[in-house]
Design a protein. Structure first.
Length: 292
């Protein structure tokens, strides 16, 4: 019988040794942020994704050798236009990193590849979304010793919060009620980012952990499939909300083969809906543990 963990986030401190073991296992990693169609400015969600990277780069167990930034576009428009657009995206990412304490001298290369290096065939809106991206490629030196200062800031890794995976089993479901969205949209609320970063830290520091991200909606009969998403103009709101969490994690360094996502509509409400609070409880994202 599956167990539902209703206590939300179980928080533990991550030791220097745990983070050091993680960084020892990698010498190059890639962080990805995505952009809306024909946009090169950073929105709040893109900045939040970059904030996670910045905190990671400032860890006192991490020594960065160099950073390369590559901008990309979907297939709409000419090569000349997309080359310029992708370069502006990459430049804006660099400017944000430098503004937030990542040394300019570490960023060795900023390029715009336009539509020349797509991830996929651009045949669907989701594929085009994936292609509109900036990739930040980070090359590491040998990890710094405890107490060393890297770049212009130091993060105390003892304050890195995660879900305590030792307290959950395979097939357990962890509810994430602190991760919420704008009404009728799959855009994540700013106040949810701390909880989302806890989930991200958990995935980064537990490299064998695999999860299924499960989206739910409120305010519908449980026999009705899904709610209308004002961003996609389709009845796929629970799917898109789960996918948004999936994209956030993958953009911030979690391998995609460790995650799946599904939308369950209003089929599995936690409570009957008599009040607004009841609706909030049902309008949720959960994580099912597939393997540890």
């Amino acid at each position: 019988m599956k167990k539902v963990i209703a206590i939300c986030m179980i928080l533990i401190a991550c030791s220097d040794e745990q983070l050091s073991a993680f960084t020892d296992a990698i010498s190059i990693f890639k962080w990805t942020v995505h952009f809306d169609f024909n946009i090169y400015d950073l929105n709040s969600q893109t900045k939040s994704h970059l904030d996670s990277l910045i905190l990671f780069l400032k860890s006192d167990t991490l020594a960065v050798a160099k950073i390369e930034i590559a901008g990309h576009c979907d297939s709409v428009g000419s090569n000349v236009y997309n080359d310029a657009l992708s370069f502006k995206r990459a430049q804006n990412v660099k400017a944000y990193l430098v503004l937030n304490g990542i040394g300019d001298s570490l960023i060795s290369n900023v390029k715009g590849y336009g539509k020349r290096k797509p991830l996929n065939d651009n045949q669907t809106p989701a594929n085009r979304d994936d292609n509109r991206r900036v990739e930040i490629i980070v090359q590491l030196k040998t990890p710094a010793k405890k107490g060393a200062v890297v770049n212009s800031g130091v993060r105390d890794t003892t304050n890195l919060k995660t879900i305590d995976i030792s307290k959950v089993q395979v097939n357990d479901i962890i509810q994430l009620p602190d991760i919420n969205f704008y009404p009728d949209r799959h855009l994540i609320l700013e106040r949810s980012m701390n909880a989302l970063k806890i989930l991200l830290n958990t995935m980064l520091l537990n490299k064998t952990l695999k999860i299924e991200i499960r989206g739910h909606v409120c305010c519908l009969p449980n026999y009705q499939g899904d709610a209308f998403d004002e961003d996609t103009y389709k009845e796929d709101l629970s799917i898109e909300r789960a996918r948004e969490i999936y994209l956030y994690l993958s953009e911030n360094g979690v391998e995609r083969d460790r995650m799946t996502y599904i939308g369950l509509g209003a089929k599995f409400p936690l409570v009957q809906e008599f009040t607004e609070h009841d609706k909030v409880l049902n309008r949720r994202v959960e994580v099912k543990i597939l393997s540890k």
